[in-house]
Ligand binder design. Structure first.
Ligand SMILES: Nc1ncnc2c1ncn2[C@@H]1O[C@H](COP(=O)(O)OP(=O)(O)OP(=O)(O)O)[C@@H](O)[C@H]1O
Length: 321
């Protein structure tokens, strides 16, 4: 499989007012993040709230400008591409959000919502566009007679199907899906995830699937990257990450996933619960050390880089293995 997306050493900082003095402080939302996604592949991006997952997704679709690093799509550097240069690239990468309401105009008919990207990119005659919209409605499990409805007439699951249809209109190669099912009822989540799997096969799509629900991520991902305080702490094949997690933080996450085999739970280290440190003032060395049960002096002093570990994954831990 050839590489579709490459993210190299991406960093993003935000200036935020601090305390009563109001003097700005810096949040290192994303710090030196690198990964690649092959055509047709799903990379799951997981981690606690605030670890930087959405910021990574937004930099890939150019909703946010990185401070450092590069985004390459099909080998082309799109990090600072002009609006004009981005036009053909924009068709290749689409994003869907947790709350489709934010991206769907409430006054627009749903058929027009799906047609709009085709008009913007000057694709097809009016008749061809109508046919394409009807086809997309069918593929995402919406009925043609719903094309005249505004989004408020749809259920949450149907609205997300509509957002998916709109994202598919331009035949993208990659969809960045930011918590696409976490706002939906549990009973509906599986339906939308299964739809995403089906259309992935049909369209040869790749996903960056951002989520905090580890069960769903396991179901859909070929590989998984785990983020903690703006950095990737472990990345590898889904089976390696879930069955043989190497980073103590990944083990903590995996311990929270219900497991069919209770005997295996006891072989896992116990990590004390605790607050995620503030990204305004991250700990020295390995930023996980204050919560880590196996931290030693080196962890407080030196920040570990990602290195290959026995499971075949890469982990940023002095004591992995
Ligand atoms: N526009 C912004 N201005 C200031 N700080 C921001 C901004 N966007 C994000 N942040 C901060 O950057 C960090 C990473 O946020 P981000 O939304 O990427 O995390 P996340 O892992 O996607 O979390 P969640 O799952 O809650 O969305 C957080 O500390 C957040 O408060």
């Amino acid at each position: 499989m050839s590489t579709l997306l490459e993210v190299k050493n991406l960093s993003k900082r935000f200036a935020v007012p601090r305390g009563i003095s109001g003097r700005p402080a810096t949040v290192h939302a994303v710090d030196d993040v690198s990964f690649a996604i092959a055509q047709g592949e799903t990379l799951g991006l997981v981690g606690e709230s605030g670890c930087g997952k959405s910021t990574v997704g937004k930099m890939i679709v150019r909703l946010l400008e990185p401070d450092e690093g590069k985004v390459l799509l099909d080998g082309t550097d799109i990090t600072h591409a002009s609006h004009r240069a981005m036009r053909p690239m924009r068709r290749k990468v689409q994003m869907i959000f947790q709350d489709p309401n934010g991206s769907l105009d409430p006054r627009q008919r749903s058929g027009d919502i799906v047609e709009e990207p085709l008009i913007v990119h000057g694709l097809g005659s009016a008749a061809e566009r109508k046919a394409k919209v009807a086809d997309l409605f069918g593929r995402v499990g919406l009925r043609p007679d719903q094309m005249g409805n505004v989004p408020s007439k749809f259920s949450g699951g149907q609205r997300q199907r509509l957002a998916i249809a709109r994202a598919l209109a331009l035949n993208p190669a990659l969809i960045v899906a930011d918590e696409p099912v976490s706002a939906l009822d549990v009973s509906i989540q599986a339906q939308v995830v299964n739809l995403m799997s089906d259309i992935q096969k049909e369209f040869g799509l790749a996903y960056l699937f951002v989520a905090h629900d580890l069960g769903i991520v396991r179901h859909i991902s070929d590989r998984v990257a785990v983020m903690y305080l703006g950095r990737i702490v472990e990345a590898g094949d889904t089976a390696a990450i879930y069955d043989r997690p190497s980073h103590p933080y990944t083990r903590t996450l995996m311990d929270a996933v219900p497991r069919p085999d209770p005997a295996r739970r006891h072989s896992r280290i116990k990590v004390p619960r605790g607050e995620v440190p503030s990204p305004l003032d991250p700990p020295s060395g390995c930023t996980f050390h204050p919560r880590c049960p196996i931290a030693t002096d080196i962890c407080r002093a030196e920040r570990p880089g990602l290195r290959r570990v026995a499971s075949g994954a890469e982990a940023a831990c002095h004591h992995a293995d």
